[in-house]
Write a protein that binds this ligand. Sequence first.
Ligand SMILES: Nc1ncnc2c1ncn2[C@@H]1O[C@H](COP(=O)(O)OP(=O)(O)OP(=O)(O)O)[C@@H](O)[C@H]1O
Length: 933
Amino acid sequence: MPSGEDPTRTPAALLRAVAEFAEKAAGLRDAADSLTRGAQRQRESRVADSERRHARDEAATRERMAAEFARARTAAQNAAEELLPEPSAPAGLLDAAEYVGLGIATHAGAGGRADQSVRVPAPVPLLDHGNLVIAGAWDDDVGGLVRSVVRQALERSGPGQVAIRGIDPGLRAVTSAFAPLAKVNEDLLPRPAGTGTDIEQSLAALVDDIRQTVDTFQGRRTTLGELRRQTGQPVGGYQLLVVCDYPQGFSEDAVRSLVSIMRQGPACGISTILQYDPRMRCGGTVDDQSDTLVELGNVVAATSGRFEPGWLPGWTIQPPPAADLAPAVTRIAERAKAAEAPHIDFLELQPRLPLMSDSSAERLVATIGREGHEPIEIVLGDDREQRHNILVSGAVGQGKSNLLMVLVHSLAMRYAPAELEMHLLDFKEGITLEPLGPRPGSRSWLPHARTVGLNSDREYGAAVLAHLVEEFDRRAALIRSYGDDLLKYRRADPSHVLPRIVTVIDEFQVLFEADDEITERALADLERLARKGRAYGMHLVLASQTLSGIISMLAKQDGIFAQFPVRLALKNSPSESRAVLDQENTEASRLRYRGEAVVNLESGSAEANRRATVAWADEARLRSLRERVCARVGDSVAVPVLFDGSAAQRISGAVGRLHELRGRQRAGRAARVALLGTAIDVGVPAVGFALTDDHGRHLAVVGAGDSRYSGAANGGGNQAVGAVQAAAVSLALQHPARDCEFVVLDLLPAETSDTLGVDALERTLTRLGAGVLRLGRTKVDPYLRKLPGMLEERQAGTPGSSLYVIGLGLDRLRLSREFDLSGGGAATPADGLHALLKHGPPVGAHLLAWWSSVRVMNEHVGLEAQDTIDGILGLRISGRDVQDLFGPLVTWNPRGPRGLLHDRTGGEPTTIVPFGPITEDDVRALTAEPWDA
Ligand SMILES: Nc1ncnc2c1ncn2[C@@H]1O[C@H](COP(=O)(O)OP(=O)(O)OP(=O)(O)O)[C@@H](O)[C@H]1O
């Protein structure tokens, strides 16, 4: 009983009061009745002299007794209602059905007259307090009572907090009405045990659970409910054992277990409803023990629909009328599904240390949650414990993102960026990590993060791992001579500061989804880091919803998971639980609410399970923490590099690279590069295609120009046009002397050409000082006819300024060979195109063009100019076209805002994120940039 509580109001006292008041009321009723009968007799014997006095006394006594009766009955009812309050709101997570109602207890009153009866609700103690024994043969009424009690136990307890364990040798299927619970969580309603060994095993498991709970009591005399109230946490979970047809199917061992369960279970959260047929005798110890069992619960005798409570002799209980359970069970299941942990404030949980004051030389420590009163700390890199990597799993929506945020921020609070760096990668479509990357106008990123990858591509994941392996090699060279011991290295010289590196990869299984070279590389790198990274202060945190799919593949890597001794498992299916913990360990499937986790520091071995509630990563709190951290480190730490696989890349975001390229031109060096997008790589540099004066230096963008990925800000701009725009604009900026001319062959449908971005291109190039000639449909042919002559002039004289012929929507170009009647050999448009392709680059003329169809492009290029376009950027094209353009061995699936870029003169095709169509913001940013400062 919590201190300060009125001892007369405790549940047990109230229950006693119900019985006492009810008994008193019934007694008064009887007494009043006999008084009435006495008066009647007196009236009949006509004792004349005292009749009048007697009548007056009788009336007064009767009145007094009626008042007392009413008081006692009200007191009994109030006490019962206090035990069984009408639920005004759904039960909170910490609530437990300490009492359930069996129905209305009735005392018939003298003479059995209905108007003389006393009726009070009949509460009976259950979770935390006791067991219920129903002594009588099974029948529908007994079944109805059992179901009613189970339903109340579920409704009056926290959502998902009570699991039902059935023992049902006679196939009464009394718990089948609650089947929807099993869909939420198999552990809430497993199949009932029906045979001898099953019964023994499931009772033995309960005895085990009792032992474990007793351990958490640490010698204190308490109950699970009390522990939960004290800690404010739904520690452990309640179980309701429902035994039908006892002692059928019970061995001596099973009975012994049941005795233990009924004796010690209630305080440890396991209560029993035992339906026991006293006529069934099994002989020997089983029968002896049965008598003991009856003493371990409140007994209700059941005979043909009549229920008599053992604690109120002479009374009967009228159970509630049978009702359709389905709507209630649906509600119960829905609430169980939505249950979430009571919020543990992240900041309050963290140890009181000055911000970022700890050294990571020996280890990293993160505080992630609580087990009852105890904070849960995860230690990484400690040489003695050898725990260096973490595996995290949890079904969708069970709190994995929250847990990762807690882990990352707990580390960030403790260590300065000089002591700890992080790489944070997310392969799922989500926004969890987004706040940790830089954002315009807010200094609330995570300075410890070196890279933040959102919606990452597999290529990006592999690139991060490759980058880490390079760092691994660099560190190996530094630390090897110190016996591969980071601590020794750091202690040898105060200048030897080397931050530990924690790499968090959410949904890491995506990396290994295909049987390809990326998987091969990523796996090799991951294995190397997992096995040896520890020596150089490099740690991995791999998280996944579905480990079971890849576990066999990773098992082939010589047990790579053995390198992940720390297992953090949120609620999941039994098979996922086995995958993340251990073949024998299904504890994660038994978790009851979002944010509850199995913390296992021994590679998932069942004995090492601890159940914890993870702290609540409230974003507002975390943001203010990050703001403090950002303010503290100031500009001493570089801003993390953000890779957002779902975001369109902008040419205006590549000004750094453009300055560098422009600087090279001013220095008179190197070829110009038509920038096309960003590489899927750490550091995300802008990439493109170099336009030297060698033959073949033309660029074709091929494939459907999707507008889905360009964003609303682009007014439906087209991705293919966007790539060509970026190429053109970047080239214009590489002509500091403005010695360039752009001829735009605009073959896009007239009504969409402006919205598709031709207008924006023309404006931007003009504002950057380049000459632009935009030719509409009717002017394209004449221009192409003139081209061969223009190129010959360039060949004859000095080429002068560069000429970039920009072809947009070239599929609409009609290049049918005209029959030349004059026989004079005047150039056709096809001749113009072919002349440009074959002879352009050495005289500074290049084609940058978009065809949506590979077939049409091939037709246009024809045999004459075959293999004269070295640069290909493939967008949405078929697998067949991929092989046609990039080679028979290349497989690539067009997806999202991605393109496959290939310079046919060398190297492998690489996936890039093409720059999106130029927006007004881009134009503003590019024209405002001090290019020649
Ligand atoms: N430790 C916690 N304490 C309280 N509530 C929690 C906790 N963890 C999770 N929750 C609840 O569960 C919800 C889902 O959590 P979270 O987004 O972390 O799940 P997830 O497993 O990452 O989901 P998904 O994989 O679908 O993104 C939260 O919005 C919150 O309501």
